[in-house]
Ligand binder design. Sequence first.
Ligand code: GLN
Length: 289
Amino acid sequence: MEVTLTPEEAVARLRAAGIEEVEREVRLLLAHARAGASGPTAAQEADPGDGFKALVERRERREPLALIVGRREFWSLSFTVSPATLIPRPESETLIEAALKAFPERTTVRRILDLGTGTGSLLLALLSEFAGAFGVGTDRVAAAAQLADGNARALGLSGRASFLVGDWAMAMAERFELVVANPPYVERGAIGQLMPEVALFEPPSALDGGVDGLDAYRAIFPELPRLLALNGVAIVEIGAGAGATVIGLARAAGLEVRGVSADLSGIPRAVELAVGGTKKSFGREGRGG
Ligand code: GLN
C-alpha cells in the first residue's frame, strides 16, 4: 500500500508553507487529483492516491495553483494557462470594465488590438462583450500566442480572433477602435522580491519592465497615434504607484489621458488614453487629431 496524504495533512503542510486560503486550495487540488485518477469509479469517489500528494508537494514549493491545475478564470471565462506567460489576474478585469464604460454603444467597436496578449485573456474577454468586433493579439513569445489561440478556440471565439508573434504592434498597418495592453511593468530589480509564486514561476518576459519598469510604455505609446482609429481609445494596465509616471510618459508622447480606473483594492490600475486633439463629444464625425 502506497503512503498517501490526507486532506488534513495537506492543509497543515500548505499552511506551514505560508499559503493562505489553504482549505479552498486543498479542495481544488483534491478535485484535480480525482479527475486525473484513472479507473471506472465516479470522480467524487476515486482515490486521489499519490497524484494528490504530488500536487500538494508542487504547491508546497509555491508553484501557483493555476499552473498546477492548468486553468484560471478571468471575466467568468475559463483560460488554459502555462509557464510561458502571465496567469490572468483579477485586477486586470479593471481594463475590461474601463473598456465597457468607454464604449457604451458596443457596436462602435469593430477592431480590438491586445498588445502582449499572453493567455489572450484581455482580448477574449473583450470579444465576449463586444460581439461584433474582431480582435488581434500579439505576443513576442510564440508559446503564448499559441496558448491564446487555443483559448480562443475553446471559448468559441476563434472566428473573431487572430494571434501574431512579434514585438508589440510591429508591422501592424490596421487601425483599431480599442487597443489594450497589460505589459510587463515590474522594475527588474524588484522581481526577486515578489511573492514566490510570481518570482519563481512566472516568466520574466511577462514581468520585466526594464530597470524602471517603464520600457513597455516607452515602446507602445509612440505607436498609438498610428494604431488608433478616429475616436479610438487605448487602455493600459499599470503597476501600483506608477500612475503619475505613466501619465507623464503618455502626455510626453502627445496622448490625452482620459481617465484612470482603480481596481477592487482601490489601486489605480487602468489608464485610458486617446490621441490628443480627438474631440469625442463631436461624435463619430468629429475631427481626429
Ligand atoms: N501585476 C503583476 C504582479 O502582480 C505584474 C504583471 C505585469 O507586469 N503586467 O506582479
